[in-house]
Design a protein around this ligand. Structure first.
Ligand code: NAI
Ligand code: MG
Length: 332
């Protein structure tokens, strides 16, 4: 019997639900069998239940084959509010944040770009160990051996699966000798298990520059949480911007897929947001589920559609969100 996948979908706030609904339409048009189960998250959920991440949402996530997420609004300093997405990444041990970057046939785009950033997603300065002191404030940088091993292995396995030639390990071990020193040492050790893949190391500041100068030279980048956060937004800026940047948060047992953009409140509910980043995230989700062929079909269909100049307003076109979806479905 054909497998039926249970997908937990969480639109969240602002344009989150707008783009997620379009992705569901696209996924339903693939002929693959899905059971979509809705869950609540974000500021609207907070206003309803007093928490941005209801327990029920976590339970639905755990029971599903994969998770599709839209975006959430971060409210200004409100008591009891925490980032539900950061919380969920930890709770489900989604330790790898994966963001692919590829040249698209849109104006002002450098050709020949095709690389992936693999960012550690749970440790580093984002481990939440921050406190006030008499002199000011201190944040602790947490880097564990296990965390390094998991993320570096993940990056090399991804490179192997996709027949990629090179993994660039990005660090600042010349200054952060102990924390990034550990990360780099473990990378060197693990890379020996993959003789067919070249391991290159690069300082993060140099990488920030090389990304602009020689974007097409990158293949897979693996790095710690904060460096990856910053470099991946830089890379998004080089490859079409927020309307097209996709991401996956992956662990050994679960995957959560989301556009990189936020809730863009001024566009909410107006059928104008670009759903492409959510579509490309959905394609990543299909790969995670083992539906590689359909993922590729979606990417080709998106490319065909935008090659014809059929895009939403942010990319210079005239289409509404739903009209863009219709075109992509027609080109499938
Ligand atoms: P944003 O990504 O929501 O929007 C910035 C600008 O990018 C928008 O004004 C719009 O011009 C453009 N844009 C973004 N996505 C687009 C799309 N799909 N189609 C067309 N244009 C698009 O970032 P901003 O304005 O800094 O944050 C808004 C809210 O979103 C804040 O509350 C922020 O905290 C939250 N946020 C949430 C994220 C998440 O849920 N993962 C990530 C980033 C921000
Ligand atoms: Mg960011």
């Amino acid at each position: 019997m054909k497998k039926k996948y249970q997908i937990c979908y969480m639109g969240g706030d602002g344009i989150g639900p707008d783009v997620t609904i379009e992705s569901i339409r696209l996924l339903q048009a693939t002929g693959i069998s899905f059971n979509f189960v809705q869950a609540e998250i974000g500021f609207e959920a907070y206003n309803k239940y007093g928490t941005p991440l209801p327990q029920k949402t976590i339970e639905i996530c755990k029971k599903s084959d994969a998770i599709l997420f839209g975006a959430i609004t971060t409210p200004p300093n409100i008591k009891g509010y925490f980032s539900p997405i950061v919380h969920l990444r930890k709770n489900l041990d989604l330790y790898a944040n994966v963001r692919p970057f590829k040249s698209l046939p849109i104006p002002n785009q450098k050709p020949g770009i095709d690389f992936i950033i693999v960012r550690e997603n749970t440790e580093d300065l984002y481990a939440g160990q921050e406190r006030l002191t008499k002199e000011g404030a201190i944040a602790e940088r947490v880097i564990t051996k296990k965390g390094c091993e998991k993320i570096i292995k993940f990056a090399f396995e991804l490179a192997k699966k996709q027949n990629r030639k090179k993994v660039t390990v990005v660090h600042k071990a010349n200054i952060l000798r102990i924390t990034d020193g550990l990360f780099l040492d473990i990378a060197k050790k693990i890379s020996q298990r993959y003789p067919q893949i070249i391991m290159e190391e690069m300082l993060v500041d140099s990488c920030a520059m090389q990304l602009i100068k020689k974007t097409e030279a990158f293949d897979v980048i693996v790095t710690t949480n904060m460096f990856g956060d910053i470099l991946s937004d830089e890379a998004a800026g080089l490859t079409g911007g927020l309307g097209v940047a996709a991401s996956g948060n992956m662990g050994n047992n679960q995957g959560l897929f989301e556009p990189v953009h936020g809730s863009a409140p001024k566009y909410a509910g107006r059928n104008i947001a670009n759903p492409m980043a959510s579509f490309l995230s959905s394609a990543m989700m299909l790969e995670f589920l083992g539906e590689d062929k359909m993922a590729q079909k979606i990417r080709i269909s998106i490319k065909k559609t935008i090659e014809l100049g059929l895009t939403t307003k942010d990319l210079g076109g005239k289409l509404k969100s739903s009209e863009f979806t219709d075109k992509v479905i027609n080109n499938l």
